[in-house]
Design a protein around this ligand. Structure first.
Ligand code: GUN
Length: 295
């Protein structure tokens, strides 16, 4: 079999960001400058990188952005007060509180506090409900939304396909299943979700036409767990030590890429697959929020 085609998230992101430019220009012509606030509590190094990248992406897209940095020992009440301020700020259409949060803060209470109309992460129960119900005014969480766009724009047909998702997180696995079940482009799939209690996971993943892996376990999915010709989407990005790398680490996906590329028909690399899409979809959600604000 010829090696798998690479699904290039960097290139698809570039295309999508250029497609977003006219929508941003149209909003600005109406006097609306889309604005995103990103809140980071603490000094998780991976989160610091993501938050910087989000700010830079906004700047490049012409979206107003505000980054709020709070110390690691921030009390929950202080963070909630900051969210209240952003909820009331007319320059801000989207609010994202970077996860994970330090242990003194209850994630659930924070996600509930973000005004649903500004919840561009799609983590508030109101948006979770809308996404499950297929209401287009709901915000789709950036990572599964990005995966769906990768499939659509790579010409991978989901209609009638058996999609197996590995991982049931609120960030990726669960909303991914909801998006794939919807009636429309990038939907109409038959969806199976596997997780840590699934028996004989390989026997399930081998049934997938499209395999989406979001479990956070480097190289867990090996070639023998993939049906020949399947499309493989690797959402994993775990930092693993690498003394040969300048930074001392590299990003590892959940799929053993070298093995998988000999079996799959198409596959996303890590980095350069799903990662770049997540920030692009956040920009889309911010523009959606600004449009809905003015509607
Ligand atoms: N941490 C890892 N992924 C995400 C995400 O999509 N949104 C937020 N807020 N935090 C994250």
């Amino acid at each position: 079999m010829s090696p798998a085609k690479l699904i290039d998230g960097t290139e698809i992101s570039r295309q999508m960001r250029s497609e977003l430019a006219p929508a941003i220009a149209a909003l600005k012509a109406k006097g609306v400058n889309p604005g995103l606030a990103v809140v980071l509590v603490g000094e998780n190094p991976a989160s610091q990188v993501y938050v910087r990248m989000k700010g830079k992406a906004c700047e490049e897209a012409g979206i107003y952005s505000e980054t709020v940095l709070l110390p690691d020992d921030t009390p929950e009440a202080r963070l909630l007060a900051e969210i209240d301020r952003l909820n009331a700020d007319p320059r801000i259409h989207g609010i994202l509180v970077q996860l994970p949060l330090p242990k003194q803060i209850e994630e659930h209470r924070v996600l509930l506090r973000v005004a649903p109309a500004k919840d561009v992460d799609g983590f508030h129960p109101e948006n979770v409900g809308k996404v499950v119900l297929g209401d287009p005014t709901g915000f789709r969480p950036a990572t599964p939304f990005g995966v769906q766009q990768l499939l659509i724009r790579s010409g991978v047909e989901t209609k009638g396909a058996h999609v197996v998702i590995v991982g049931r997180s609120n960030l990726v696995g669960r909303p991914m299943a909801a998006l794939l079940l919807q009636d429309g482009p990038g939907g109409n799939a038959t969806v199976t979700t596997c997780h840590s209690r699934t028996r004989d996971i390989g026997s399930v993943t081998r049934q997938a036409d499209i395999l989406i892996v979001a479990m956070g376990k480097p190289r867990f999915i090996t070639a023998d767990m993939i049906r020949p010709g399947a499309v493989v989407i690797d959402v994993g990005t775990t930092r693993v030590d690498d003394p040969k790398s300048e930074k001392g680490f590299r990003l590892s996906g959940d799929v053993d890429f070298d093995g998988a590329k000999g079996v799959a028909s198409a596959i996303t690399p890590v980095p350069g697959g799903v990662g770049p899409m997540t920030i692009t979809m956040l920009l889309y959600n911010t523009v959606q929020a600004a449009k809905q604000w003015t509607a």
